[in-house]
Design a protein around this ligand. Structure first.
Ligand SMILES: NC(=O)c1ccc[n+]([C@@H]2O[C@H](COP(=O)([O-])OP(=O)(O)OC[C@H]3O[C@@H](n4cnc5c(N)ncnc54)[C@H](OP(=O)(O)O)[C@@H]3O)[C@@H](O)[C@H]2O)c1
Length: 255
């Protein structure tokens, strides 16, 4: 039997990178998936790719900073698939990278809203639905802001650290209802969001990022998705409230 047979999973930030890989993996493992991101065309393509492999998916484009989107995603899960078992709050971005004195309040707020407030709003609507049968809530945090301080990442690091506090609270608040809540902390992952793939980044940037990791490479998005699958599955039945590093050793490497 597939790992997520009969499960319904909601995944935000699924138009590219880690979230897209997770949606494909979860669907391949039998889950019916609800996918979100702002880019409607990429979402439609993802749904088509999942259906081409015999899976079931439905998309709702929108910005996770909007409370109405958080509510609609859960309503869609109920309407189309009758339940919600897994919520992966993965949408996020680095935001503007500047030293603290040069970062505007608006820029700070924008990153906090997308990465932290968006997940809070998601959880607000997901938790009552997950509590009906017990379930798993996952948030995508980062090693940045937890084990590593990185210049120019103030708002990003604060938002990602904030997610760990949020998930610990959810785990304590909802554990008795059978909900497990965990933060996954990817290391450098080869997606459009990584500085190694930023416009103008050359081989030197990529080599620098890779060299920060004990494994001397970045993750493929599928490697992070597999760790999400573990956290979402019954294999992680006693794992809750964790800050789960899947970081290729970037947190411990000093060479
Ligand atoms: N790549 C890394 O090295 C790395 C390391 C640690 C943690 N992370 C985290 O991993 C998560 C996934 O990032 P990724 O690396 O896979 O990058 P990515 O390929 O750029 O994916 C980011 C996803 O988030 C969505 N998104 C961003 N802001 C959104 C918003 N306001 N509303 C709805 N969707 C939004 C994007 O979709 P749209 O643009 O279509 O809205 C996209 O699907 C992020 O939370 C990121 O911070 C990444």
């Amino acid at each position: 039997m597939n790992t997520l047979e009969h499960k319904v999973a909601l995944i935000t930030g699924a138009t590219s990178g880690i979230g897209r890989a997770a949606a494909l993996l979860f669907a391949g493992e039998g889950a019916r998936v609800i996918v979100n991101g702002r880019r409607a065309d990429e979402l439609a393509q993802l749904v088509a790719d999942i259906e081409a492999h015999g899976g079931r998916a439905v998309a709702l484009p929108g910005d996770v900073r909007e409370e109405s989107i958080a509510a609609e995603l859960v309503s869609l899960a109920r309407e189309r698939f009758g339940r919600l078992d897994i919520a992966v709050n993965n949408a996020g971005s680095m935001g503007e990278m500047l030293p603290v004195p040069e970062l505007s309040r608006e820029s700070w707020q924008d990153t906090i809203d997308a990465n932290l407030t968006g997940t809070f709003l998601g959880a607000k609507y997901q938790l009552p639905a997950l509590a009906e049968r017990g379930g798993a809530l996952i948030v995508t945090s980062s090693f940045v802001g937890h084990t590593v301080g990185m210049p120019g990442t103030a708002a990003y690091a604060a938002s990602k650290a904030g997610l760990i506090g949020l998930v610990q609270t959810i785990a304590a608040e909802w554990g008795a209802k059978g909900i497990r809540a965990n933060a996954i902390l990817p290391g450098g992952t080869d997606t459009p969001a990584n500085v190694a793939n930023a416009p103008g980044a050359d081989a030197g940037v990529r080599g620098f990022v890779e060299g920060l990791h004990a494994l001397k490479r970045m993750a493929a998005p599928e490697e992070i998705a597999r760790a999400m699958l573990f956290l979402a599955s019954d294999a992680a039945s006693f794992v809750t409230g964790s800050a789960f590093l899947v970081d290729g050793g970037v947190s411990i490497s000093r060479t």
